[in-house]
Design a protein around this ligand. Structure first.
Ligand SMILES: Cc1cc2nc3c(=O)[nH]c(=O)nc-3n(C[C@H](O)[C@H](O)[C@H](O)COP(=O)(O)O)c2cc1C
Length: 286
């Protein structure tokens, strides 16, 4: 079996899960290529039997660059796909939306895997409540998932169609309601406006090369940032080594305390169900 894993990862959590799934896939004798979403040539995808799509969760679903990538794929004619995601406290409707978009392109989504991952946003205290994830247990689970997904693909090809999962849209939670309000338009409105301080900028280009939405152009005068395509991940500000990208975080920071309380509540529930293992005493983060 020839498989491919396509992933988007900014801080490395999704990449670790992608690599563990690949280890599992290879251990059952299948081939597995691994490629960053930015480097994928969509015209070369039909040579695979099974394609995995991995993403972080942004704003309770898959990020805008992943949505755009899938929307631009050609029709895939019953190609088997699996999906995986990393997240802080809340996976949200990531699997529902990802699977719906892939199905529209002709994929058959045959399985999903998710993991907690350290989510270090600029305006939250450190270490984050999800510090230490994905941990050894999650990486092992990802490896097992890789083994299992190849067998599932074979069984579905043999006619076991009841193995195809169905992902439901969750609508009755506070985060699902929040998520509905977070459209590209409103994200632009609530996101801090970034500015490049040219006295501090060393033209290292990191903000431009790391931008998942190709929304930075520092060749113009003045340089452009948060252009059309911006996915509001705020990574450019984070990676700038000289602090040349300046932002006013006060509005977002004002909500941090109440948001953190809600996220920790979700983690406490997950901990009770044995789904989350805290490596920091997150009750003290407040
Ligand atoms: C802009 C942004 C939005 C995020 N939204 C969510 C979210 O809705 N739910 C969640 O659990 N984590 C959220 N996170 C945390 C990421 O999903 C988490 O850190 C992810 O594992 C990062 O993956 P990576 O290390 O592969 O980049 C968000 C992170 C960023 C940067």
């Amino acid at each position: 079996m020839k498989t491919l894993i396509i992933y988007f990862s900014q801080t490395g959590g999704t990449k670790k899960i992608a690599e563990a799934i690949r280890t599992g896939i290879k251990s059952v004798g299948a081939e597995c290529d691994l490629i960053k979403i930015k480097n994928v040539d969509p015209s070369g995808l039909r040579k695979y039997d099974l394609i995995g799509f991995g993403t972080p969760t942004f704003f309770y679903r898959e990020p805008l660059n992943v949505q755009r990538f899938i929307n631009n794929l050609p029709e895939m004619q019953n190609m088997h796909a699996f999906i995986f995601a990393t997240h802080g406290s809340c996976l949200g409707n990531t699997f529902y939306y990802l699977s719906e978009e892939l199905k529209e392109k002709g994929f058959v989504v045959i399985g999903a895997f998710d993991s907690y991952s350290d989510s270090s946003l600029q305006f939250y205290p450190k270490p984050m409540h999800t510090y230490g994830h994905p941990d050894e247990i999650e990486l092992k689970e990802a490896e097992e998932f890789g083994k299992k997904i190849c067998r599932i693909s074979e069984k579905i090809r043999q006619g076991n169609l009841n193995l195809i999962p169905n992902f439901k849209l969750i609508e009755d939670t506070w985060w699902a309601k929040d998520s509905k309000l977070l459209t590209p338009k409103t994200l632009r409105m609530i996101s801090p406006k970034f500015q490049i301080n040219m006295e501090k900028c060393t033209q290292c280009m990191l903000c431009q090369t790391e931008c998942p939405g190709d929304a930075v152009d520092i060749s113009t005068n003045p340089p452009e940032i948060q252009k059309e395509g911006c996915i509001f991940c705020w990574f450019c500000e984070k990676v700038c080594p000289t602090g040349a990208i300046e932002a006013d975080w006060s509005i977002i920071r004002a909500n941090t305390k109440s948001n953190l309380r809600k996220y920790i509540k979700l983690l406490e529930e997950a901990e009770k169900q044995g789904k989350f293992r805290p490596y920091v005493d997150y009750r003290k983060i407040r």
